[in-house]
Design a protein around this ligand. Structure first.
Ligand code: ARG
Ligand code: ASP
Length: 723
């Protein structure tokens, strides 16, 4: 009996240490993670992953444009990232004659590689713990404003005291909710060129239907290259720039991984919230997510119907639809996942444990005894404001397109009144080139009007807390009988529905233009909504949220003091992190078990002739028929396409490399499995999985499908399992 118990305990400890939770700071791997990683099969040292003294994995990882991750895969600065991360770059070079989205793009030589103004690759030179310096002089009694100004002063002096090499920059950022501060030294290369991309039917295969879904068959990759000046230094685009020579590039394994193999994902996760109290999680699941999902449900239904009716609308709205659908789908999975894994119950258990520790430790109790009750009260107070903020952000800020246009016009008018005609002119040109030109290319007022009528009803019906409802007020003034009539009135009268009408206003002298803008009924209405939002929702919201933030900082500290033996990782904040786990399937629901690898066979199975999501290019089907796989098939003779693991990832990790026990590239991270998207709040190793493209599929597409063999020749291909 005893033996069984010991066995059970050691098994559960072993499986616990195999849970993939955590987005770890590269500088603490040695002290916190190395032993566990090696027990899980890793054959590298922490120093091989992150070092400031020698080339390490980190020298091959870049923050790609600030929104995704990419990695260097050749000695000539070749970069690998996701197709969806490179999408707007690819789209910007696309025209009807050169349709790179549809047909793919492969630069025949360096001089054919395409520059992308604004896109950059940022390397991390070093990360340092500067908590002591930054928090010097900060006391627990301080009010928040004094605390912040002390910190700002310390950051300023740290910056002044730091000598940076040419092209380096330093960022000082809060971690662990502001309990610690780290400085990050970076070097940014602004000349990043497009080298290759598969056709959309490979790079975005499965589109929205398969988005967030396992089993998956998307070849979500694109290839770029970093260019530098002749001294290998960062330089703005110039014809004289040459391919960048990295300190390290990732070797690529042709041996792949199997069930339970160690995997490590290295990249720039954007935002997580792993230490929220149970009250916050229930608010997300019960109140905020349902509202946001409901709003997007309505908007997506309207747009979807129009897209099905008219192929032109389909083209105009495809990308916008995908963006709205992406998080709509994520939130649904997130809420379900929290319910299925009892995420709220788990937080409550932790809170009970926390209270128990406090009850035994007087000093902790004195400092932190009231935190949880305060959280409860604060979240209750926040709820109506958070809900209204959610409505405003989603409805006015995102889903009714014309209100975004109107809000830009409000800012433009303000600019004129506050900063004068020159500033107005400058801002007007920026708005036209960066927003409106594009906006009108893909804008259908008649569709937007329907969305307006539907969502304004929702907005108006949710105006709570007894605040005056500007929507109803306007309907009364105008005497319109319903929201449809209101929409029709505004969309007929406004100048914002067409490019011609708006631009003819903007062509006039500033003073006259602003006068016309200010008299536009949609301007007036949007302005009223914004005023009401700012004074009666946003201000209150930020005030309460500031108190919550303070509580959260104290709670984080309290948890670390109450459970001193537990390892903590800081929430994601778009800084470089390591996450590791193993290749593993999962059981999404009763009687269903997913295996961790998909194959080319699955692509063929999903093929639907002429379907915009699932049409498999003929050339790919041909290669499959001929079994022309070259060196890219696995031991069983099949080409693996995607695989999943327990690595803890989030938005921003797209494009991150997945490496094997030795640091060889095996895959490219691009998504998570739907059932586990609650990992941002409540990671659970039983269902949280990240999705990666197998690098052998990527090479197969480059080599066999696209015939871009010269790119393969640049790379370092290895067989770690044979050595
Ligand atoms: N779900 C992934 C992420 O969050 C991929 C999104 C791009 N693909 C799409 N069909 N929208 O970014
Ligand atoms: N698809 C996400 C990204 O673009 C990754 C994720 O949310 O798992 O970063």
């Amino acid at each position: 009996m005893k033996k069984v118990l010991v066995l059970l305990i050691s098994v559960s400890i072993a499986t616990m240490s195999f849970a993939g939770e955590g987005m770890w700071l590269p500088i603490f791997l040695k002290s916190l993670n190395e032993t566990e990683m090696q027990n899980m099969g890793m054959r590298m040292s922490a120093e091989d992953i992150y070092s400031v003294n020698k080339g390490s994995l980190k020298d091959a990882i870049v923050h790609f444009g600030g929104f995704c991750t990419a990695e260097v895969i050749s000695s000539q600065g070749l970069l690998l990232t996701n197709h969806h991360c490179g999408y707007s770059a690819i789209q910007s070079h696309t025209s009807l004659e050169k349709n790179y989205i549809r047909d793919g793009f492969w630069a025949a030589s360096h001089k054919h590689e395409l520059s992308n103004p604004g896109l950059f690759a940022k390397f991390i030179v070093r990360i340092d713990d500067v908590s002591e310096q930054i928090l010097a002089g900060v006391t627990e009694e301080m009010d928040e404003a004094t605390r912040q100004s002390t910190i700002d002063k310390n950051i300023k002096s740290l910056r002044e005291a730091t000598t940076l090499k040419k092209f380096e920059e330093i960022e000082v950022r809060p971690f662990f909710k502001g309990n610690q501060y780290f400085s990050i030294t970076t070097i940014t290369y602004p000349d990043v060129r497009l080298v290759g991309a598969p056709p959309e039917m490979i790079g975005k295969f499965g589109s929205d239907t398969d988005n967030w879904v396992w089993p998956r068959h998307t070849g979500d990759f694109a290839i770029f290259r970093i260019y530098a000046n002749e001294n290998n230094e960062p330089a703005e685009y110039s014809e004289n720039n040459v391919p960048f020579k990295p300190k390290h590039h990732l070797p690529i394994s042709l041996d792949g991984v199997e069930q339970d193999d160690f995997t490590l994902v290295f990249g720039f996760p954007g935002r997580t919230n792993s230490y929220l109290p149970s009250y916050a999680i229930s608010q997300i699941v019960d109140v905020l997510n349902p509202a946001k999902i409901g709003i997007r449900d309505q908007a997506l239904k309207i747009v979807d119907a129009e897209m099905r009716r008219d192929p032109q609308v389909k083209i105009q709205y495809a990308s916008k639809f995908a963006r709205i659908a992406n998080y709509w789908k994520k939130w649904i999975g997130e809420s379900q996942g929290i319910k299925v894994t009892d995420g709220i119950g788990r937080k409550q258990k932790l809170e009970a444990k926390f209270k128990k520790v406090l009850s035994k430790k007087k000093n902790l109790h004195k400092k932190y005894g009231s935190l949880l009750d305060e959280f409860e009260a604060l979240y209750k107070e926040l709820e109506p404001y958070a809900l209204m903020k959610g409505h405003y952000d989603e409805i006015v800020g995102r889903n009714i397109e014309i209100m975004r246009a109107a809000n830009y016009m409000r800012r433009l008018a303000d600019r004129y009144e506050n900063n004068g005609a020159a500033a107005y002119g400058k801002y007007k040109n920026i708005l036209i080139s960066r927003f409106f030109d594009d906006f009108y290319k893909n804008y259908r007022p008649e569709i937007d009007q329907k969305v307006f009528a539907t969502l304004m009803k929702t907005y108006s019906e949710n105006a709570q807390m007894g605040i005056a409802d500007p929507v109803k007020k306007l309907m009364l003034t105008l005497g319109t009988k319903d929201y449809k009539e209101l929409a029709s009135h505004l969309y007929t009268k406004t100048k914002f529905t067409t490019k011609e009408a708006l631009y003819s206003v903007l062509e006039k002298a500033p003073e006259e233009a602003v006068k016309i803008l200010r008299a536009d009924p949609l301007f007036i209405f949007t302005d009223e909504l914004a005023q009401q939002y700012n004074t009666q929702i946003a201000n209150q919201y930020s005030e309460i949220q500031a108190k919550i933030n303070k509580n959260q900082r104290l709670y984080m500290k309290a948890l670390m003091e109450a459970f001193p033996k537990q390892r903590f990782y800081p929430d994601a904040n778009s800084t470089l992190r390591v996450t590791y786990g193993k290749v593993d399937g999962y059981a999404p629901r009763d009687a269903v078990q997913y295996t961790p690898v998909t194959y080319l066979e699955g692509i063929i199975e999903k093929h639907v002739e002429d379907d915009y999501e699932f049409h498999v290019p003929e050339r790919l089907r041909k290669l499959y028929e001929l079994k022309d796989y070259g060196q890219y098939a696995d031991k069983t003779g099949k080409v693996p396409v995607c695989f999943i693991g327990t690595n803890h990832t989030t938005g921003g990790n797209s494009g991150s490399p997945a490496v094997d026990a030795y640091g060889n590239l095996i895959g490219l991270n691009f998504d998570r499995a739907w059932e586990g998207t609650m990992s941002d709040y409540n990671y659970d190793a039983s269902i949280c999985r990240n999705i990666m493209v197998d690098v052998r599929y990527i090479l197969f597409v480059i080599d066999k499908y696209a015939g871009a063999r010269h790119l393969i020749d640049e790379m370092t291909l290895v067989h770690p399992k044979e050595e």
